[in-house]
Design a protein around this ligand. Structure first.
Ligand code: CP
Ligand code: NVA
Length: 328
């Protein structure tokens, strides 16, 4: 019997495969209930605080809608308009907020900040993205894979691009725990940290997953069921790194040729937001500067029938709801 009441959700490394499965299945159940119009206000009257030190569309909206669906109230805290960090420490913020709220979400910079918040909080703390990990995103991705293929174990999962940041790290851990065959495809300097790979190797031995780190695109994508990518420059990184990233990662763009190496049944995934066209301020500026019409994925692949990116986006809400539902 799985009981997650009172637990923080800071990174997938803290959760067993059974607990991760439980959250994915709970999200699926909550999704079906919502589609049928069945209310589930099981945390009526509770309150959650949502701290965002970086911008967000999906994660913020997912937490807010999920909280309302569960009967809760949500307070959005924008650090430019609060005392957090500048005039009040994380430890003090944790003790103040946990006296008023039943749960706290945090999106920001170093993983150590969300860990510190959890250490001093009396109520569950949920990681809404740090530089190192984005665990709620992986629950949504795995729910989406399960919906498309019916299972997770044995799926050939290829991550293209910067694999040493939050998405690459979290997907590596998730695959190692849940038995998906993970391949990171990038130049070597973009592979995850050696210590994390070693830890995941041990997890993979238990789950039956294989972990590969490959620089050759065709080799990596042969037999792939899932091709996943993320932006080449993440939130909080300086604008100057664009040039180096474009030079290093262009060969790893997900385009029609890359997709042709994978299985014909393969799906394309992306956590979003994505620079698949020039319809954003940054995309337009960088596109003009480096003479490109897309970055990590072409518009053709992004808009193709193999792309499931908007299913993933919707599933952020159902899976975040499952995390709050289970831990409160
Ligand atoms: N995928 C994701 O976390 O999106 P947001 O930055 O919009 O929250
Ligand atoms: N790697 C990206 C993920 C966004 C959801 C970032 O940190 O900006």
């Amino acid at each position: 019997m799985i009981n997650l009441k009172g637990r923080d959700f800071l990174k997938l490394l803290d959760y067993s495969p059974e607990e991760i499965s439980y959250l994915i299945d709970l999200a699926s159940k909550l999704k079906q209930q919502k589609k049928k119009g069945k209310k589930h206000q099981i945390h009526k009257g509770k309150n959650v605080a949502l701290i965002f030190e970086k911008t967000s569309t999906r994660t913020r909206c997912a937490f807010e809608v999920a909280a309302y669906d569960l009967g809760m109230n949500a307070t959005y805290l924008d650090p430019t308009a609060s005392q957090i960090g500048k005039k009040e420490s994380i430890a003090d913020t944790a003790r103040v907020l946990s006296g008023m709220y039943d749960g706290i979400e945090y999106r920001g910079f170093g993983q150590e900040i969300v860990e510190e918040l959890a250490k001093y909080s009396k109520v569950p703390v949920w990681n809404g993205l740090t530089n190192e990990f984005h665990p709620t995103q992986i629950l949504a991705d795995f729910l989406t894979i399960k919906e498309k293929f019916g299972y997770l174990k044995g799926i050939n999962f290829v991550y293209m691009g910067d694999a040493r940041y939050n998405m690459g790290n979290s997907l590596l851990v998730g695959c190692a725990k849940m038995g998906l065959n993970f391949t990171a495809c990038a130049p070597e300097k973009y592979f995850p940290d050696k210590a994390l790979i070693d830890e995941c190797q041990k997890l993979a031995e238990q789950s039956g997953a294989t972990l590969k780190f490959e620089t050759d695109v065709e080799k990596a994508l042969k037999g792939a069921d899932v091709i996943y990518t993320d932006v080449w420059v993440s939130m909080g990184e300086p604008i100057e790194v664009w040039e180096e990233r474009i030079n290093d990662l262009s060969p790893y763009q997900v385009n029609a040729k890359a997709m042709s190496y994978a299985k014909p049944t393969a799906i394309f995934m992306h956590c979003l937001p994505s620079f698949h066209d020039l319809k954003t301020v940054v995309g337009k500026e960088m596109g003009a500067k480096f003479n490109r019409d897309a970055m990590e994925v072409t518009d053709e692949v992004f808009e193709s029938s193999q792309s499931v990116v908007f299913d993933e986006a919707e599933n952020r809400m159902h899976t975040i709801k499952a995390v709050m539902c289970a831990t409160l």
